[in-house]
Design a protein around this ligand. Structure first.
Ligand SMILES: *[C@@H]1O[C@H](CO)[C@@H](O)[C@H](O)[C@H]1NC(C)=O
Ligand SMILES: *[C@@H]1O[C@H](CO)[C@@H](O)[C@H](O)[C@H]1NC(C)=O
Ligand SMILES: *[C@@H]1O[C@H](CO)[C@@H](O)[C@H](O)[C@H]1NC(C)=O
Ligand SMILES: *[C@@H]1O[C@H](CO)[C@@H](O)[C@H](O)[C@H]1NC(C)=O
Ligand SMILES: *[C@@H]1O[C@H](CO)[C@@H](O)[C@H](O)[C@H]1NC(C)=O
Ligand SMILES: *[C@@H]1O[C@H](CO)[C@@H](O)[C@H](O)[C@H]1NC(C)=O
Ligand SMILES: *[C@@H]1O[C@H](CO)[C@@H](O)[C@H](O)[C@H]1NC(C)=O
Ligand SMILES: *[C@@H]1O[C@H](CO)[C@@H](O)[C@H](O)[C@H]1NC(C)=O
Ligand SMILES: *[C@@H]1O[C@H](CO)[C@@H](O)[C@H](O)[C@H]1NC(C)=O
Ligand SMILES: *[C@@H]1O[C@H](CO)[C@@H](O)[C@H](O)[C@H]1NC(C)=O
Ligand SMILES: *[C@@H]1O[C@H](CO)[C@@H](O)[C@H](O)[C@H]1NC(C)=O
Ligand SMILES: *[C@@H]1O[C@H](CO)[C@@H](O)[C@H](O)[C@H]1NC(C)=O
Length: 480
């Protein structure tokens, strides 16, 4: 029995979410393979000094126990010199509850990880006393209230993560002296109001995540920092106003996510193109106006999602063809946006393009400039105003897997004779005559929707030889 208890204690401690490292070795130097380290006397003293100021409500096994005692018993768990990554993954114990009420913090602490526990309460003002703190990670706890202004005193901080708590209020302007901050993440709280501009002037920041809050912005016109920023995440807020040009000019940034906000103004002219930017997601805003043509100078773009906005004007194949690395483009649900395809003698190869979504735009003609886009696998131009016939030459060079032409005004399609198609949606058009004859060798077809057209005649027997076919929807025609 005694053995059992001791075993469970050890188990509990080894999962203890509180991680303290007061030694000077940098996290990246430490090794995963080395045996657990014992605390050095001064580390131990600092640790105990600190833990005596934390109020542990209950431990993993339910019984309240003075935390100082458990830690002094456990010389190994508490002072592990785990690597940065290890300390973040080991730390996982929702059973552990506590709070910081009346804490008298030690000023020796450098790394403080308390992620995925049930620690709760407000962050104490005295957090500003941890002046040597370099990393603070309170990800997925239950802290509430606002960020104390005293946080501004943590001038050595490099890593700050308050993700998934219940924090709220305006983000205080505490960043002016955090010159070493590289990682700032406040994801999934209830922060509201404006964003302190000092965040945008941070010089060493590489990762900025303010997603899933209630921030209203706006984004500042000019900034002086973020030269090393790699990822900018501010999706799922209520950010209003314009999309400033600097967002596309950050010299190190490859990723920009502002989807699900309230951005309304046209995209600013991109004054200085960043040639690193690969992914831009501005979907689900209310962005109006046309693309500035300078947008197409961002030649490294690989994934662009601007769907569900109010963009207008015309995109020409020439513009698109400048984005030679483009893999994925979604412009769906911009009801005023069209793709001009007036010179049918020209085609483009788009060497990397695999997915193109133009559903619910204002396209009047099948984009035949794509006919040699050999890497294109998915094409969605449903819910547009494409009328008439699609000719064989317009489509036969493609090797699509999915083609969605539903909800247009097509009266005919010359040819189905092309290769790999698995899913074809032609529902709700004006297709007339008999069903297209499908080649019996065409064994890739899995789903074919031609309902809500004006087809007549009988179902050709060749359809019975389409062995891969899973869905055949012919409803609402005049088939015999
Ligand atoms: C807080 O800690 C400091 C030194 O660590 C000590 O001098 C001071 O008395 C403590 N205050 C309280 C209220 O415990
Ligand atoms: C922050 O630092 C300033 C100046 O060093 C000091 O006056 C203030 O009391 C500090 N706040 C906290 C919470 O330590
Ligand atoms: C957001 O935070 C809440 C608690 O604050 C948590 O319950 C929820 O799972 C988090 N959501 C995500 C997507 O992480
Ligand atoms: C940030 O930098 C801009 C441009 O240099 C400057 O106008 C602004 O005052 C700065 N803001 C803060 C809060 O430092
Ligand atoms: C289309 O975009 C508008 C916003 O521009 C949005 O409200 C609407 O839900 C979107 N529709 C679809 C089907 O995504
Ligand atoms: C969409 O943009 C047009 C101008 O391009 C404007 O007239 C219209 O009011 C905008 N619609 C919405 C819902 O913002
Ligand atoms: C195609 O459209 C562009 C502008 O969108 C225009 O300048 C050009 O003259 C047009 N070409 C033809 C053949 O209509
Ligand atoms: C795009 O295609 C070109 C030519 O095929 C190729 O050299 C390049 O590596 C591709 N880029 C990406 C990001 O795949
Ligand atoms: C596209 O079709 C819709 C629905 O039939 C119609 O309201 C709209 O005026 C058409 N737009 C153009 C540019 O033809
Ligand atoms: C084709 O597009 C329509 C309208 O956007 C959509 O409802 C339908 O599910 C799509 N078809 C397939 C097979 O995904
Ligand atoms: C459907 O086709 C029949 C005869 O082929 C024609 O009389 C009728 O007008 C067509 N209906 C529509 C909606 O095009
Ligand atoms: C269907 O397949 C059978 C057997 O493979 C073949 O005899 C028949 O001619 C095919 N029918 C059509 C219409 O291709």
């Amino acid at each position: 029995m005694g053995r059992l208890i001791r075993f469970s204690q050890i188990l509990c401690l080894s999962f203890m979410l509180l991680q303290f490292r007061v030694q000077s070795s940098s996290p990246s130097q430490s090794s995963l393979d080395s045996p657990p380290h014992l605390c050095r006397p001064e580390e131990r003293a600092a640790l105990l000094d600190f833990t005596s100021t934390i109020n542990l409500v209950e431990d993993c096994f339910g019984g309240p126990r003075p935390i100082i005692q458990t830690w002094s018993e456990s010389k190994t768990a508490a002072c592990g010199r785990a690597s940065h990554a290890t300390s973040r993954t080991v730390i996982y114990n929702y059973e552990l509850r506590g709070n910081f009420l009346g804490s008298n913090w030690s000023s020796l602490l450098k790394y403080f990880y308390l992620t995925k526990t049930s620690f709760l309460g407000e962050l104490p003002h005295s957090i500003g006393k941890l002046k040597l703190l370099e990393e603070l990670n309170l990800n997925s706890c239950q802290f509430y209230g606002s960020i104390p202004r005293s946080l501004a005193n943590l001038t050595k901080i490099t890593y700050l993560d308050f993700d998934s708590n219940l924090l709220q209020g305006q983000i205080p302007d505490v960043f002016r002296k955090m010159h070493k901050l590289t990682h700032l993440s406040l994801l999934n709280n209830s922060f509201g109001g404006e964003i302190p501009t000092s965040i945008f002037n941070l010089t060493d920041l590489t990762h900025l995540t303010l997603s899933s809050n209630k921030l209203i912005g706006p984004l500042p016109h000019y900034i002086s920092g973020l030269s090393f920023l790699q990822e900018f995440r501010m999706d799922n807020n209520f950010i209003k106003g314009r999309i400033p040009s600097w967002l596309f000019s950050l010299p190190s940034s490859s990723f920009l996510d502002l989807r699900n906000n309230r951005l309304t103004r046209p995209i600013d002219n991109v004054e200085m193109s960043n040639l690193i930017l690969q992914e831009v997601d501005l979907s689900n805003n209310e962005i109006s106006g046309s693309f500035p043509s300078s947008f197409f100078h961002l030649v490294n773009l690989a994934r662009v999602d601007l769907s569900s906005n109010n963009l207008s004007g015309t995109i020409t194949p020439e513009m698109l063809s400048k984005l030679v690395d483009l893999r994925y483009l979604d412009l769906s649900n911009n009801s005023l946006l069209s793709v001009n395809n007036n010179d049918t003698s020209v085609y483009y190869s788009f060497p990397n393009l695999s997915s193109l979504r133009f559903s619910s735009c204002n396209i009047l003609k099948f984009p035949s400039f794509l006919r040699k886009a050999e890497s294109l696998l998915h094409l969605d131009i449903s819910k547009n105003n494409i009328s008439g016939q699609i000719h064989k030459w317009e489509i036969e060079g493609m090797s699509l897997y999915t083609l969605n032409l539903s909800y247009n005004f097509l009266t005919g399609i010359d040819s189905f004779g092309f290769g790999n198609l698995e899913i074809v949606d032609l529902r709700s058009n004006l297709l007339q005559g008999s069903l297209p004859i499908l080649s019996a060798t065409w064994d890739s077809m899995q789903q074919l929707f031609i309902s809500e057209n004006n087809l007549t005649g009988e179902i050709p027997s060749s359809y019975c030889n389409l062995t891969s076919l899973i869905v055949l929807d012919l409803a609402n025609n005049n088939l015999g």
